[in-house]
Ligand binder design. Sequence first.
Ligand code: SD4
Length: 341
Amino acid sequence: MSNRRDFIKKAALGAAAVSSVGFSGFAKEKEDEKEGALEFPSKKVKKPVVISTWNHGLPANKETWKELKAGKSALDAIEAGMKIPEADPNVRSVGYGGYPDREGKVTLDACIMDHNSNCGSVCFLQGIMHPISVAKRVLQNTPHVMLAGQGALQFALSEGFKEENLLTPESEKDWKKWLEDSKYKPVINIENHDTISMLMLDQDGNLSGGCTTSGAAWKMHGRVGDSPIIGAGLFLDNEVGAAAATGLGEAVIRTAGSAMVVELMRQGKSPYDACKEITERIYNKHKNHKDMEYLQVGFIALNKNGEYAGYSLRSGFNYAVSDDEKGHRMEDAKFKMSWDK
Ligand code: SD4
């Protein structure tokens, strides 16, 4: 094993030297990353299981878990969990307190999907604290999948949601500071990569999921990311598995990221191998692209057997996992290349 590891380390170091194309923080393909596939197959747990992206996934998971155990439906439990980061002003990438666009407007994207492939989505929604709840109402109360901008707001108001200012003084201050240079170069793992995406395998063995985000900080007004797009930021097929993305939405949309992860699982790949393959596909398609400098993408995936995994392009991505045996915890995703700020 150690010989094999040594060989892999050397191969990885060689590959790093060859693949160095001069982006800062990009040429450090770490030796142990190549070992990930050997050491980190997908983990398997008994249903129910909930996994969510990033640290704010943990309080979200806890709330979802509580509701699930209290007998709520999968969608209600997902909604309840995702409302936690949406309402938290300290989570700067979701809902209230999220970084605004370059015009100082907080614009929100969210979607939700159930095991029957029913979906609801809102994008470019302003002034509503809980876009995940509006997305759920789109699923339940309209003949459509997705409502955008003013139409989404109008629908939310007709459903009884109240309009409020989501730009906190802290976000306003950060936006004014950003305006001094006005350079769009989102900080990896901070300014454009903190969507909460949640996947669930419930006690009946059914899959569901949701995403909610304020999107990339300092984006153009009107920009919509991957998170509300079924197939990009979130996808599931109840026969197979579920996947969700975080990271630079443009890259995830270009590759139909989450749908592709699910499709690879259909073809027999484990959640880990599926996430890794699509992350590598994204890397290959972007290695000479202008977005590469600030590109981060991460996927989580969960299949019908309770196997789950996460994988990201650059280091720093983690996700919350909840199940009956081990409770709630954070796990680090394996990654293709290390990233130092
Ligand atoms: C987007 N995928 O809008 C999202 C970014 C993210 O918080 O993860 N944001 O591109």
